[in-house]
Design a protein around this ligand. Structure first.
Ligand SMILES: [Zn+2]
Length: 331
């Protein structure tokens, strides 16, 4: 057998191994997504059917395969099992495999793509957490940050630094700038500029409320204090129903900081751009849809995090090349 064929076989072996690891880790990520927001232990309890409560047998817990064999139904009661579990497992498996294809171990060593996989795993967890609960676990965000720091140390000290840097085209300075490139603007927009704009330009509601308060007091108070309270409560609820006016929070800031440190500022800015475009498209879709359903549109607030996560995942694979392609077009 020629050396070339042998090399090919070993590569296929690595890809299969990455896929299997991804599927198994994806299965653990499902547990994280489900239990972390509830504050439950990740290791103690066994998995149960959400409908009948029957413990799921070990042989029915094979990632991806079990869901397909059972055709998405509980073996005990036949209740539908969300395809979400299978999707998260497949997604993790595919992303792990793509990482090892893109970041070839003969060029990057084993640690570089492995840390990138762990980072992507954390991104998957916060994406689905944010989708479900509009919050992200700070512990998972810190893990993402920790993997980014380890990756930086790995690229800087542990292996052939100059070679990895020349392969990725991302310098140490790029990584450090990346830490702030998106996170700081997000922080400023979300927690400084938006509140200021709100206070100075959008506080009409609150002025209206104060006026109404005075009027109600004058008109109703002589008769019935409880009716005043009830009327005021209604106005307050109407203001609150409009919800937050910006769709992102501290989780997104930390996430983009970690992503920038991991991938460099070019990829982080590309990720933010992709995330904002996708989020805007979804926002418009949501507005059109709620208007169609009925006149009084409900809260249009949606989690922005999942879109940023899609942007980050895309940036891992094509972030730097997209950036370079765009700026070579400008030249
Ligand atoms: Zn069941």
């Amino acid at each position: 057998m020629s050396l070339e064929i042998l090399a090919k076989i070993s590569y296929i072996g690595i890809y299969i191994f990455a896929f299997l690891c991804g599927a198994v880790i994806g299965s653990f990520l499902n547990v994280c997504i489900l239990r972390l927001p509830l504050g439950e232990s990740l290791v103690k309890k066994n998995s149960h059917c959400m409908t009948c409560g029957a413990e799921i047998k070990r042989y029915d817990l094979i990632p991806i395969v079990s869901w397909i064999i059972l055709r998405g139904k509980c073996r005990n009661c036949g209740a539908k099992i969300s395809p979400r579990y299978m999707i998260v497992e497949s997604l993790t498996a595919v992303l792990f495999t793509l990482t090892f294809i893109k970041y070839d171990i003969s060029d990057y060593g084993f640690v570089f793509p492995m840390l990138l996989c762990f980072f992507l795993a954390a991104v998957i967890v916060v994406a689905f957490e944010d989708l479900d609960t509009k919050t992200m676990s700070i512990s998972v965000l810190l893990w993402a940050g920790a993997f980014a720091v380890l990756e930086l140390l790995n690229a800087e000290f542990l292996v052939n630094t100059a070679y990895i840097r020349s392969m990725t085209g991302v310098t140490f300075t790029d990584n450090i700038i990346g830490l702030f490139a998106v996170s700081v603007p997000l922080l400023l927009i979300g927690f400084v500029i938006t509140p200021l704009v709100y206070v100075y330009f959008l506080s009409e509601d609150h002025k209206e409320r104060r006026k109404l308060q005075r009027r109600l007091r004058a008109e109703l108070a002589p008769f019935d204090e409880s009716r005043v309270t009830a009327a005021l409560k209604e106005v307050n609820e109407r203001i609150e129903a409009r919800g937050a006016i910006y769709g992102f929070g501290m989780g997104d800031v930390v996430l983009m900081g970690a992503a920038g440190l991991m991938l460099g500022y070019k990829a982080a800015l590309t990720a933010a751009f992709i995330g904002i475009v996708l989020g805007a498209v979804y926002g418009i879709f949501l507005k059109v849809k709620t208007k169609d359903d009925d006149g009084n549109s409900e809260s249009n607030v949606f989690a922005f995090g999942p879109f940023l996560c899609i942007g980050i995942a895309a940036a891992v694979f094509i972030g730097n090349s997209l950036w370079d392609a765009y700026f070579s077009l400008l030249r």
